[in-house]
Design a protein around this ligand. Sequence first.
Ligand code: IPM
Ligand code: MG
Length: 370
Amino acid sequence: MAKHKVAVIAGDGVGPEVMAEGIKVLSAVQAKVKNLSLEYEHFPWGCDYYLANGEMMPQNGLEILKGFDAIYLGAIGDPRVPDHISVRDLVLKIRIGFDQYANVRPIKLLEGVFCPLKNKTPQDIDFVVIRENTEGFYAGCGGRYRKGTPEHGKYAGLRQVFSDSEEVVVQEGVLSQIGVERVITFAFDLARNRKKHLTCCTKSNALNYSMVYWDEVFRKIAQSYPDVRTDFAMVDATCMWMVKNPENFDVIVAENLFGDIITDLGAAIQGGMGVAAGANLNPHGLSMFEPIHGSAPKYTGKNVINPVATIWAGLMMLEQLGEKEAATLVTEAVKEVLKEGKYRTKDLGGTSSTSEVGDAVVDAIEKTKT
Ligand code: IPM
Ligand code: MG
């Protein structure tokens, strides 16, 4: 019997509420699918932990997580802690620390979900963004020079480039050969198993080092995938096409920051942050699964947030763990609930609570004939 050890970090804000539904659904699947065994350990890491201990997770947090088969994350962020600390010291620490280089974000409009784009249907919106997840502008390289220099407001408009008495700040976009090759290869492999079309999201017209290199690597790898049709789209144009002709995309591969930005747009066209999930994959190691929304502090404890994104992340976790039957069961149950439309949270135009939607998915799973 395959036993999967899952580390659960419910996190901050609405994280625990959506995570409760995610686990509820996984438990229902476990009761239904023979030989599926998921074992959870919950970690109280996040901003409360930071306020009590001065760190988002223990020093040896990554060491502790190493023993697990997957990480299931709710949401991180709290107004009492600067985001660049909370997020960098937990979410990014795990993504980068475990080399989860492929951030897989399906942009799929499900039936019954309102799409803000005119005349677009579930047939039109069904693609995947592969976001590089360990480097680029997220590498954390840079610095501040002459920090604390008094404001130069009165000189605005008169300045010369880099005068010798002003503060200068650098944030570097770092791309490495292996970093770029592996994520682009991952995207080609995925495209090969889908509609065989891969778009290289770039900005090589302006970023003359990093993105020119990115395109070069893309072209080189493309030679090994003659069966995959390729094209290039600048990141700004990618946004435009995602709105105008989303049906033209199959798989998009993007550098970390670009991938971050276009997947919020992707979430919007698939029905909102409430239904958008992502997998942070290290195909040879430990992966993490999370809704792509944040901790939504103002809704905390109100039981109104859509749990579908977290449930969807859970099914991506099942897929990665090789539990295909279980993953299909959840997929079908979520689709059925959304299509039926009886239980929907406010973001989807309904009045159901977070837990009612979770219960509805559980119900659908229990009713499935296996
Ligand atoms: C996401 C989020 C994170 C990111 C934040 C919280 C750092 O926006 O997962 O898309 O930028 O990667
Ligand atoms: Mg984001």
